[in-house]
Ligand binder design. Structure first.
Ligand code: NAD
Length: 282
């Protein structure tokens, strides 16, 4: 029988564990604090920011909200980041993407102190992941490792194939699977004979950004399939990069969309906020 990996349940458990840790830190005199910056009023960004604030509230993390106008200049935004970098009472800084066109996203993300970069996007944190040093890890791939571990799925020695090489998902995913001693292949838009490669996978991570592209013929019998994609189909229902109905019967385990990888991203963001306290003490 196929194991359906329940991301909602696993993320709820992680949030409850964090709640206890945050309460303990409060008793020790540390109030974990996340600063969230949103430039402009993009409706999708507002939904994400609100979900993050709600998660903070549930766990007991103090969230400071900076909702600043669309016209804010890059210089003003960088000054705000400098101010938050210097504040002793702020542990994590998050800038909600995308930013308005007149602001250089890379410049802004690079300005966040690597010790407060809870999204794990700063080059120093990406480098740390690469050479196995401590630092923040990008939330979605970190959440996938938790899904696998907490579902009792062994990674060491397994053939792992990641489809997608983005900086936020594909690359850190591959590095994390390698850190767990998987044998890792990264496939991407220029890969030749993709099916031949994906059919070798014991663990297949699809982060392609193409609705239902991964059909049963991409998957080996008994594989574990992790679906990172989020799309709305023609009926406005959520679906992933994996064609769930055809793939699920072939797998030993699979994540659904919704309710698989999605809920883990915020849980891991909260994890990074709590982690920031000890990273800042190192
Ligand atoms: P992206 O567009 O930056 O990267 C997609 C990758 O897929 C690229 O590296 C590209 O080389 C590869 N690709 C594209 N077409 C391909 C093809 N035909 N064959 C093989 N490889 C191909 O996307 P991303 O930011 O990495 O996100 C991937 C998906 O995951 C999207 O659907 C996104 O919405 C979703 N996502 C979900 C979460 C979450 O919390 N669940 C977080 C981030 C992204």
């Amino acid at each position: 029988m196929t194991q359906v990996i329940d991301g909602k349940q696993i993320s709820a458990r992680i949030k409850d564990e964090l709640k206890e840790k945050v309460a303990w830190l409060k008793e020790q005199g540390t109030e974990v604090t996340l600063a969230v910056i949103q430039v402009g009023k993009d409706p999708a960004s507002s939904v994400y920011v609100n979900n993050k604030k709600k998660a903070c509230e549930y766990i007991g993390i103090r969230s400071l909200s900076y909702e600043i106008p669309e016209e804010t200049s890059e210089k003003e935004l960088l000054e705000l980041i400098d101010e938050l970098n210097n504040r002793q009472d702020v542990n994590g800084i998050l800038v909600q993407l995308p930013l308005p066109g007149h602001i250089d996203e890379e410049k802004v993300l690079d300005r966040i102190s690597p010790l407060k970069d809870v999204d794990g996007f700063h080059p120093q944190n990406v480098g740390a992941l690469c050479i196995g040093k401590s630092g923040f890890v990008s939330c979605t791939p970190a959440g996938i490792i938790q899904l696998l571990k907490r579902s009792g799925i062994e990674i060491a020695g397994k053939e792992c194939v990641v489809i997608g090489r983005s900086n936020i998902v594909g690359k850190p995913m591959a590095l994390l699977l390698l850190r767990e001693n998987g044998t890792v292949t990264i496939a991407h838009s220029r890969t030749k004979d993709l099916k031949e490669i994906t059919r070798r996978a014991d663990i297949l991570v699809a982060a392609v950004g193409r609705p239902k592209m991964i059909t049963a013929d991409y998957v080996k019998e008994g594989a574990v399939v992790i679906d990172v994609g989020i799309h709305r189909n023609e009926n406005n229902k959520l679906c992933g990069d994996v064609d769930y109905d055809s793939v699920a019967p072939k797998c030993s385990a699979i994540t659904p969309v919704p309710g698989g990888v999605g809920p883990m991203t915020i849980a891991m963001l909260m994890h990074n906020c709590v982690e920031s306290v000890s990273l800042q003490k190192m």
